[in-house]
Design a protein. Sequence first.
Lengths: 163, 163
Amino acid sequence: MAQKTDLSKLNCSLAKALANIGDWWTLLIVRDAFLGATRFSEFQQSLGVARNILTTRLQGLVDAGIFERQGSPTRPHYILTKKGKALLPALLALMQWGDEWESERRPPMLVTDETGEAAQTVVATTRSGKPLTAANTRFTPGPGANKRTRAYLMLRAARKAAN
Amino acid sequence: MAQKTDLSKLNCSLAKALANIGDWWTLLIVRDAFLGATRFSEFQQSLGVARNILTTRLQGLVDAGIFERQGSPTRPHYILTKKGKALLPALLALMQWGDEWESERRPPMLVTDETGEAAQTVVATTRSGKPLTAANTRFTPGPGANKRTRAYLMLRAARKAAN
DNA sequence: CTGTATCCTTAAAGATACTG
DNA sequence: CAGTATCTTTAAGGATACAG
């Protein structure tokens, strides 16, 4: 992307996440890895992406610690690391959102566990299990918040209260 | 982005989702909306994005049905629709992934409900509540799968079994 | 098979001046 | 305040030939 702004510099976990996986190909490659693809050619054929682009993405994903190169250096497997596997909830949440709102509700892909039990829709809850919604969710500065973040969240909370 | 490939054409819910929100700014705008921002200027100042870019993104989000323009046409509010609000789990999952793997574990932002109860980490489970992991998750063709998707998933399953 | 190396095209992003 | 209109820069993406 014509990325003039460096997202990873922002004091925001979401921005940092997007700096890693915030472009089309990257998450689709990760998806294929969850499906079991490990080879350059497997990703290439599945996605129809140009080789040089795929090279860049794979390198980026390795650098980011999402993939690990394994096996023969000339014919490596790209394997999801723990960090990469940790993307599953986000990936499924996005897939389900696409199913629900962008398809005709006939999902091209069913997600189950190995026994065939269907996946539940990914939901956000509090620790006690109460559902989080746009209405009841609150964002407050955490320990890692810098001055700017802190100020912004205070401002937002104030504005929201004023409405 | 220099998007030569039209993701929305792919028979894949994830690709369709990414076609909507698959670039840096878009999801950050949505995040700000969850924080309570509604004005052009609020988004603009918060993100530091160029005006023309913001215009494009907001229009895109309105076209996608994620935002709705409300109030005075000359001074509108951009409000999350149901479809937009449905992005919360995906958004939180990405934020939490960024917290966990890209920050120094000092979250810049805490997520709670209105009573102050902390959010749980977004997880993927089966309907009975069993956790889904990269290891036990299976992907099979759904009713909306076309020939290509079907063939690909079969291939992947076969390859995976062969490993 | 897994890349590298080029070259080319396009469009995304940014800056900024201007308008209702 | 909320954009629109230009203009420029840059880099992402694609095609393809070649290499180990």
